[in-house]
Design a protein around this ligand. Sequence first.
Ligand code: SAM
Length: 289
Amino acid sequence: MPKLTDISYVKNLMEQHGISFLKKYGQNFLINESVPVRTAEMCCDNTESGVIEIGPGIGTLTEQLAKRFSKVVTVEIDERLLPVLDITLKDHSNVTVINGDIMKLDINELIETHFSGMNVCVCANLPYYITSPVIMKLLESNTRLDSITLLIQKEVADRLCAKAGSAEYGAITASVNYYSKPKKLFSVSAGSFIPAPKVESTVIRLDLYKDKPVKPKNEQLMFKVIKAAFAQRRKTLSNAVSNAIPSVSKQQVADILSSCGFDEGIRGERLTVSDFAKISDALCEYINS
Ligand code: SAM
């Protein structure tokens, strides 16, 4: 069978099945073989692991995952691609294709049904339109995933891997850092896809903590503080938090910040997730006192 990254093969295959690339599903398929090969090589340390893929397209990354890992379950929303995947993945009996929307699937159920007793990772060339919701869904599902490796827009990768205090640092950075240790793996040029997107891309890997280093007393309250801090970026933290939690005045938040050793006028973008936990713990104590 020709390579799935061969541009004329991809075009022919799509034509034969009467399929056009759908922008609404973020369909930019890989045509640079080194990208799926390197992504699959770097996504998981244990070849006995199972892999969940999101959006196989015509199976380019799926094939590389199937060659390296025990089992692959791949979720594709576009049913037009199913007959194509029957052809391109016919030699890989360790692959199961599920027709569905990743945002509507119960990830824990999927893991227990297909990967009972196995280590599991996620690996995907993600459709750009759902990057952040997918990441947050995977992290917040409290799954027993080991890692999540994603090919995403460069700017989003920069944001997820940003250090506190930098312009790219945001609520999602702090949240991702709470659940995992993010790392950039390599850059991918726009010419590696058909059709070529307008943006550059980066492959990142999030290694999920089994035992989170930051342990807030009230997780929900910590996320409320993080959300407030970045929803009103130009405001000081005391202003933003007292707006989001009306039972605490601006001055009370300022006092709590100083008691934690922070400047009263500090802004959220300077704080690490561990700083947010410290502040929300002090707030929690104050609210309950
Ligand atoms: N993995 C292929 C590759 O690397 O060439 C295709 C990647 S393409 C960027 C994204 C894929 O995700 C498409 O096949 C698209 O149909 C699928 N997709 C989009 N939204 C989805 C969703 N909500 N759930 C599952 N798959 C989705």
